[in-house]
Design a protein around this ligand. Sequence first.
Ligand code: SF4
Length: 239
Amino acid sequence: MMNTVVTYEEWRQISESFSHQDQTKGASSVLSWAFSTYSEDEIVYSASFGAESIVLIDLIQQIRPDARIVFLDTGLHFPQTYEVIDKVEARYPQLRIERKQPALSLNDQAIQYGDALWRSNPNQCCHLRKVLPLQEVLSSSLAWISGLRRDQSPSRAATEFVNRDEKFRNIKICPLIYWTWEDVWAYIREKQLPYNELHDRQYPSIGCFPCTSPVSTDGDTRDGRWAGLTKTECGLHTR
Ligand code: SF4
């Protein structure tokens, strides 16, 4: 129960105590610390099943083969995303992978808020279909793991290994902050991990299908999310 007694400064010191000069750029050390600090019911990985996620799942299962992993199943994901989840479940049968659905079905959402809320009010749509479900998951945990990398976007550049997360009143652990996009793919290829085939079709970052487009430039890896809008995050990683 260390969350309640450790200050911001102490969390920062914990974060800075991990070296990132090793083979996994600190990720394995951070995960070992996380799973020895928090019991199996106190820590959960919220996985998107994108490229970073596949790497993190492989690293996690080396430390905790039966780790709890939650996928926020908005009901609006690409078929290829569900396919890769099936492949991961087959490869790592001990992992406890849960598909967390929102309280509102898509039909009820349309009745209450109108059709295609992702177009009329994407922030509200993300709140209903992602933020509230994660809030429910994290209400019974102390820490959550995320695959954020610092070079994904300017909004993620200051992420630490261990972060106090006021929004969800949890500790957010981000083992991949020093990984580059090239590191992620080198690991996937070396280990021959399953991955979402949309990555081979110009989709670096994959979310719900109404809000994800292929990219054709060398911009940041999240350029295809909410294209044409100023929105860059679904609300899970913003205050
Ligand atoms: S990413 Fe788009 S479709 Fe998915 S929850 Fe957010 S606004 Fe809705």
